[in-house]
Design a protein around this ligand. Structure first.
Ligand code: ATP
Length: 242
């Protein structure tokens, strides 16, 4: 039903000057789902996420989140509504410690809920034991996979209704990608709603319930992961690279 829909995107357009990167995207995410957005380099995946998160003001369309029309909201207002985005390249604060990076993730809650956030650190450490080991180290000294874990952990500390992740796999070794994908699947199994943008389509389809295939700034195909994994068109066009 409509009430199950956490995020609804209608007719989304994103432009950079004269260049249109997203041309009329419709999509939705239901509460509790893990939905993937796949497609080749430059297809417009990142721009869709920027439009949803408010990092770019869409030139047209609607982004309804939790029943609230948010297209004109600034990114920080959307964070308060429960929309967290982990950008491509992770953007952790390299000179700050792991601890400080995590505190920054919870900053909108820090003054009022500080004791509870400290207990949430323990939950984060259960999910990411490496972050506990490295709690007082500079974030910049972590490996790429650990930095991605930190970025995800920081996103989770804003208690997002929707966690959006752009290119989880970027620059990471295959073994680490598998590990992080498993983590996302576990998080989703515990109830976290996730929108994952990913170039490694087969990896994304392995953990998502549904997916959208983006090509030239629009949705070319959509369906369950099983449907898309079995589609010859998807295999040929998009899943050539593993
Ligand atoms: P990638 O995986 O490389 O990030 P993508 O599918 O996420 O690809 P986008 O980054 O959304 O694609 O890019 C879509 C189109 O918009 C591309 O043609 C890109 O060159 C263009 N584009 C992206 N960001 C900008 C920008 N800041 N200014 C101008 N053009 C941009």
């Amino acid at each position: 039903s409509e009430a199950d829909i956490l995020l609804k995107v209608t007719g989304l357009h994103v432009r950079y000057g004269a260049a249109t990167a997203v041309r009329g995207v419709d999509m939705h995410v239901r509460r509790g789902e893990l939905v993937a957005v796949i497609g080749n380099n430059g297809a417009g995946k990142t721009s869709i996420l920027r439009g949803i998160s408010g990092l770019v003001r869409p030139s047209a369309g609607q982004v309804t989140f939790n029943g609230v029309e948010t297209v004109s909201f600034a990114a920080h207002q959307k964070v308060r509504l429960g929309l967290a985005m982990i950008p491509e390249g992770r953007l952790i604060f390299a000179d700050q410690t792991v601890e400080d990076n995590l505190i920054l993730g919870a900053y909108i809650r820090w003054s009022r809920e500080r004791p509870r956030i400290r207990t949430e650190f323990d939950e984060i450490f259960d999910l990411f034991p490496r972050l506990k080991e490295r709690f007082h180290q500079r974030a910049g000294s972590l490996s790429g996979g650990e930095q991605q874990m930190l970025a995800i952990a920081r996103g989770l500390l804003s208690r997002p209704a929707l966690l959006m992740i752009d290119e989880l796999s970027l620059g990471l070794a295959p073994k680490i990608v598998d590990q992080l994908m498993g983590l996302l699947r576990d998080l989703n199994a515990k109830g976290q709603t996730i929108l994952l943008v990913e170039q490694l389509a087969s990896h994304a389809l392995a953990i998502a319930q549904r997916a959208y295939v983006v090509n030239h700034g629009h949705i070319e195909l959509e369906g369950t992961s099983a449907e898309l994994s079995g589609s010859p068109k998807v295999m040929e066009t998009f899943l050539g690279k593993k």
